[in-house]
Design a protein around this ligand. Sequence first.
Ligand code: SAH
Ligand code: SF4
Ligand code: F3S
Length: 473
Amino acid sequence: MLSFHIETVGCQMNALDSELVAAALLREGFLCVDSPKKADIVLFNTCSIRQHAEDKIYSALGRLKFAKQHNPNKIIGVIGCMAQKDNQEIFRRASHVDLVVGPGQIALIPELIHRIQRGEGPQIELSLDRKAHSRHEVESSFESYDPLREAQARHNPYLSYVRAMFGCNQFCSYCIVPLVRGPERSREAEEILAESALLVEQGCREITLIGQTVSKYQDPSSGARLSGLLERMNDLAERTSLERIRFVTSHPNSMTPDLLQAVRDLPFVMPYFHIPAQSGSNAQLKKMNRGYTIEKYREALAQIRETVPGASITSDFIVGFCGETEEDFDATMRLVEESRFKNSYIFKFSPREGTKAFELYEDDVPEEVKRRRNNDLLALQNRISEEDSATFLGKNVEILVEGESKSARKIAHTADSDGLISLESLAPSTIQLTGRTPCDRIVVFDGAPNLVGTMQNIRITKTSAFTLFGEVL
Ligand code: SAH
Ligand code: SF4
Ligand code: F3S
């Protein structure tokens, strides 16, 4: 029996795509293994959002060159966004790669692997251009949930992503996503609901609807907006063991009253918004082609806080984008200071060939300035996150227990590799577990392994910037 291993980087889209590919390969009778060394087929599901993400993949590919020489039958594939972007270049830079498949063609992977096994040589399947998101492509991507996908093939049997939208039409000037993921398209609400119902039957208790601009969702059949979809998802939760519904990522321009009211009124929809601001400076936002001013962004935050008090909000920022002055950066610092985000993901600008910014503007902020701004913004956000977390001390929160905490797993692993007794072999009656609050704060506590997948009330006894610690009530 042939075995496969998938290494995944990038966003939720890639995490979901990898699960779908894994499910398809399992169905073909392949065996899933946890290391690229042991696997007959190694797939890298790649990301092109920043240069660093690509460099990591090329060096991982380089490390497999020897393994391929040693075992010429090993199949090495590059799939996802970087496959779409770099195309034939991948074969030039890593001649031992057998398979290059774009995100719109991943459903073809099992067939392409069979062709390689039959000796038909390297295989490549990509979208021809953004416009030609043809029937062929739609059919060759996984449109809907694979009913044969087992809970075990997912990253967590109790949590699942469900795609609400494909692609992006926003064309922020720095961003590669519209070029590699194709045009924006909402899925039929019927399909989303049918897929969600199946996942719930299989034990899933939290569903996150995903899309690059999910707040712009519109059902192609009924014209219903995201608020309408959330209402129907909430009905599903009323009838089943589905406990939580989330959605990411929102765009500041589509935080309409109906959406905010839906989050306020629907008990199973969690009060959490991820709304990237990217910058606090109007000049920068304009160059980024974000389509809003900082005044409009502030207004969106104010509306959320008024309509859904207690909701948590997270954001993304790019520092050192083309032409960013100290004044522009100060404006970003001020925005973070006043907005009280639960957390912000902060990135140093990385120029992407093919984007408008690459064509029009110079990447003129020196690396050390980018690094300093990155650190300054991070330090400010950390202080705010810490203060915010501290308000939870002594409070009770409801969480869905997701599994063993990662740090605990790490300890167990180190103990193993050092030849010490592994924590697992001690068969402990309590382990360190983790889950999240409705507003998406991570909670770590000690509990019995059988609590995984259940809802629990936890009293918070200690806090840090990004984690709350507590005990089961
Ligand atoms: N669709 C989402 C984000 C997708 S990409 C949105 O519009 O908000 C995730 C984040 O990566 C972006 O929010 C942005 O902060 C960052 N990013 C995108 N392109 C980048 C680039 N060229 N350099 C650095 N960061 C980038
Ligand atoms: Fe990229 Fe902008 Fe689309 Fe987000 S909205 S994926 S940042 S182009
Ligand atoms: Fe990366 Fe593609 Fe997502 S470029 S961020 S994996 S859509």
